[in-house]
Design a protein around this ligand. Sequence first.
Ligand code: NAD
Length: 290
Amino acid sequence: MTKTCVVGAGRMGSALARALLAEGIETRVWNRSPEKVAPLVAAGAHTAESLAEAVAASDVVIVNVIDYAAADALLRMPAVERALAGKVVVQLTSGSPRQAREAGRWAAERGIAYLDGAIMATPNFIGGAETTILYSGMRQAFERHRDVLRVFGGNGVFVGEDAGHASALDTGLLTQMWGKLFGTLQALAVVRAEGIGLEAYARYMRDFQPVVDAATDDLIARVGEGRWRGDAATLATIEAHYSAFHHLLAVGDEHGLDRVLPAALDGLFKAALAAGHAADDFAALMRFIE
Ligand code: NAD
């Protein structure tokens, strides 16, 4: 049976270790400060005198520390590097695509199988049947250890052999999330300033969501096909969007709200309008981002 080791027992690392233990998978846990390991040992995890020892006793080494600098410093210690030869590293620490590719090269040069994963969830979702984790890197390692990886999330997806692709998709998806979360903050500021209850707002937002989702899907299709010119299928031109959008700055100014977010979007709209894109599709704004 596959033996695993979890490097890093923070919020996420502990959730990963607990998911393995819940499935009865032999798991060693190592953390910089040993006190975080104690509750996991109580739940059935093994410990080790050193990280090198924990790695030597495992087939699959799951890494989840704060960032790549911390992960690299641990994995590149000579004794750890030697112990890793012939094993699989599953790097679940958040990083950039470039950092992931560089780690993939480092691993390949040392005979270490490497998978880079992006956890699209918070710790409370670990182990859920629908939880998504994206993996890129060595396909063979993904196929071989699918059963272990499935323990973290039922929707474990291999997204490509370029080790950077899981991180790149993570960045894209989180950008979408931040767009929504920052948009929500700005919207709530307007709604509160106008004396409307947040519960009522939340209800109308849910009602409006299908329209936003359809516009997002349409935008992705148009950008993919390069259809940025206004045409019969255009849902709303840039001019139509702007006639509604420019109120956001006006309402914000009336109530003394911060301008930084709306001003950034206003700048993009104005650049597109000045370049003659008033009658074009919203997709034309992509020309001012890429
Ligand atoms: P955390 O702060 O709870 O844990 C961080 C861990 O990193 C701890 O175990 C700590 O001991 C270790 N660490 C920090 N600096 C270190 C160093 N220099 N050397 C060795 N170990 C060091 O953070 P977390 O929420 O568990 O996040 C861990 C990773 O998982 C991050 O890369 C984070 O971006 C990613 N992640 C977290 C979430 C989440 O919702 N918490 C979701 C997806 C991805």
